[in-house]
Design a protein around this ligand. Structure first.
Ligand code: CP
Ligand code: NVA
Length: 315
């Protein structure tokens, strides 16, 4: 059973598939009008050091629909590592709530919350990874492509938090992640090692987006300048010129290619209006699936019937 949800690097392929199965099961049940109060009486504290629309709202609604509550806490107010040590925040929150979700600048803050608290910790995005996003992405891929294995998922852009989690998810799923990025914005050797696949096997890097998209089942994009990197914006705009998902690039992929983006999108920078709104865009399904994927995470981490819900989801 899972203790925390911090990075997909910590998950086995079976755990990843169980989470996807539970997410799909809870989504089906919700569509049938069935909501179970598996987290009645439980509270999730949500600490946000950075802005959010999807992560905040999807966790809040997920907790409400699971019969529990969520508390939104601004990072500046808590001041983890500034007003008081993160380990003390972890200990105090653990006396009030049954789970902590945090969006942080430094991945170490998530690790400190988990190391010093006594309740499950969920990573709602750090500088290192965005595991909730990649779980929702593969739920969306499964729905639209009918499989998660044997696919060529092409990420055009920066080897950032979203790309790292997507690469690890592709490895867990038995698919391939191809990163097309400018020089100096690629995965490091350590990144590749952390994904658990040999260099060049399931995670491939190229610099030419046209080469990358040949045979692609999925084209994926994210902002070129992530939250916390604003000082590099001008330099990044220049470096990523030519790495845009647009109609010309889409035409070079498979005819049934799906377009994905974690959002928020900077339309006409990393992706054009027409690509976001393309008939093959599944971007807003991705956004919806954050809620279903996170319900699975919450259910398996915070409810007492994790094994039973996995068994129900598998049937
Ligand atoms: N994709 C994502 O995490 O969106 P928010 O930043 O709005 O939460
Ligand atoms: N890479 C982006 C993702 C936003 C959801 C960022 O970190 O800002």
């Amino acid at each position: 059973m899972l203790t925390h949800f911090i990075s997909l690097n910590d998950l086995t392929a079976d755990q990843f598939r169980d989470l996807l199965a539970v997410a799909a099961y809870l989504k089906r049940r919700r569509a049938q009008g069935i909501l179970e109060s598996a987290l009645a009486g439980k509270t999730l504290a949500m600490v946000f050091e950075k802005p959010s629309l999807r992560t905040r709202l999807s966790f809040e609604v997920a907790m409400t629909e699971l019969g529990g509550r969520s508390l939104y806490i601004r990072g500046e107010e808590v001041g983890m590592g500034v007003r008081e040590p993160t380990r003390d925040v972890a200990r105090v929150l653990s006396r009030y709530v049954q789970g902590i979700m945090a969006r942080v600048f430094k991945h170490q803050s998530i690790l400190d919350l988990a190391a010093h608290g006594s309740v499950p910790v969920i990573n709602g995005l750090s500088d290192e990874c965005h595991p909730c996003q990649a779980l929702a992405d593969f739920l969306t891929i499964q729905e639209h492509l009918g499989a998660i294995t044997g696919l060529r998922v092409v990420f055009i852009g920066d080897a950032n938090n979203v790309a790292r989690s997507l690469a690890r998810a592709a490895v867990l799923a038995g698919s391939q992640l191809v990163l097309a990025c400018p020089k100096n914005y690629a995965f490091t050797q350590a990144d590749i090692a952390s994904f658990g696949s040999a260099w060049g096997k399931q995670v491939i890097q190229v610099h030419d987006p046209v080469e990358a998209v040949a045979g692609a089942h999925v084209l994926y994009s994210d902002v070129w300048t992530s939250m916390g990197q604003e000082a590099e914006k001008a330099e990044r705009l220049q470096a990523f010129h030519g790495y845009q998902i647009n109609d010309t690039l889409i035409a070079k992929a498979r005819g049934d290619v799906r377009i994905m983006h974690c959002l928020p999108a900077h339309r006409d920078e990393e992706i054009t209006d027409s690509a976001v709104d393309h008939q093959r865009s599944i971007i807003f399904d991705q956004a919806e699936n954050r809620m279903h994927a996170q319900k699975a995470i919450l259910r398996l981490l915070m409810a007492s019937d994790g094994a039973a819900v996995i068994a129900a989801a598998r049937t």
